[in-house]
Design a binder for this molecule. Structure first.
Ligand SMILES: Cc1cc2nc3c(=O)[nH]c(=O)nc-3n(C[C@H](O)[C@H](O)[C@H](O)COP(=O)(O)OP(=O)(O)OC[C@H]3O[C@@H](n4cnc5c(N)ncnc54)[C@H](O)[C@@H]3O)c2cc1C
Ligand code: FES
Length: 276
């Protein structure tokens, strides 16, 4: 679909928000609303160079005809996107992939993002606060310094208790966000009068740098909490055709491991299935 740039602004050095509009951009081919955790493949520029589309996650659905992306200028493709101005056209595919799922019985969601990994988690927070008022949430956002702790204000505006951590201590607390996550769960982890753990019915959603995801998965396993994680992989087609984006996951049915496509089977996976 050909979409139009509505707004494209630098949020902090090298990180941008872009609003894009097109008829039905916020819905899939079957007319279902785009889900948090789904992504779009953007063709940067209208010529054949660069050839490959670049994946960006749904950051906010503004309406059925307008979506927002949060992106880091990583290289050539995102550099080209950063120079687009209102009225410029862009060809994109999506929404693609599976999105975050909320299993039955979930009462409390822990949303854990590092750096640009916050991009799809804001859409998840929007979804929970708008559509799932039966679920409470807490957010944990880390970055290397104050400027790179993205989206904390949006989470707080939704009434979500939000914890931050920076590597340089420019925002409290100093250190890794996974330490804040571990402390939070430990402080809440008790047995109720019936002997049930108070973290029963909790779920963790994570997106961010690989080492952070590994650490979150280990914390989730330690407390017996389900962890859904959004994975990244270099993508060529984004629609399951090229096998360029595969990762190894446990084969629960036959044992051993099996390849799964991040674009088509993911990008969200049960962290317990991933062979890190
Ligand atoms: C499902 C999915 C959702 C994504 N959502 C977002 C998002 O919401 N916001 C955002 O800023 N980025 C997101 N990314 C990463 C983004 O797609 C890449 O940063 C982008 O494709 C880089 O393109 P480029 O041409 O600017 O950089 P290139 O010149 O292609 O590469 C520049 C640098 O970026 C690295 N890079 C390239 N592709 C990826 C990738 N897929 N993941 C991580 N690093 C990569 C390269 O290794 C290289 O170091 C997502 C990736 C996936 C797979
Ligand atoms: S990017 Fe082609 S199969 Fe996933």
């Amino acid at each position: 679909m050909i979409a139009r740039i509505k707004k494209n602004e630098e949020l902090t050095s090298g990180y941008f928000l872009v609003d894009i509009e097109a008829d039905g951009i916020g819905k899939d081919k079957a007319g279902r609303p785009a889900l948090p955790g789904q992504f779009y493949m953007l063709k940067v520029g209208l010529s054949t160079d660069p050839l490959l589309r670049r994946p960006l996650s749904l950051h906010r659905k503004l309406s059925d005809d307008s979506v927002r992306f949060l992106y880091r200028q990583a290289g050539r493709g995102t550099g080209i996107i950063s120079r687009l101005i209102p009225g410029d056209k862009l060809d994109l595919l999506g929404p693609l992939g599976n999105g975050f799922s909320i299993p039955a019985g979930v009462k409390h969601a822990l949303i854990v993002g590092g750096g640009i990994g916050v991009a799809p988690l804001t859409a998840l927070a929007d979804y929970i606060s708008d559509e799932r008022k039966d679920i409470t949430a807490a957010a944990f956002i880390g970055g290397r310094s104050r400027e790179y702790v993205l989206g904390a204000d949006e989470f707080r505006q939704k009434g979500i208790e939000t914890f931050t951590a920076t590597e340089d201590g420019s925002l409290p607390r100093k250190g890794l966000i996974t330490h804040a996550l571990d402390d939070y769960i430990r402080e809440h982890n008790r047995n109720d009068a019936c002997g049930r753990s108070t973290v029963c019915g909790w779920v963790i959603y994570s997106c961010g740098p690989h080492p952070m995801l590994i650490s979150v998965a280990a914390i989730a396993k330690k407390y017996g909490i389900k962890n859904y994680t959004s994975m990244e992989s270099n993508m060529a087609c984004g629609i399951g055709a090229c096998m360029g984006c595969v990762i190894s996951v446990l084969d629960r049915e036959h044992g051993g491991s099996v390849y799964k496509k991040v674009c088509d089977d993911g990008p969200v996976f049960d962290a317990e299935d991933i062979i890190w």
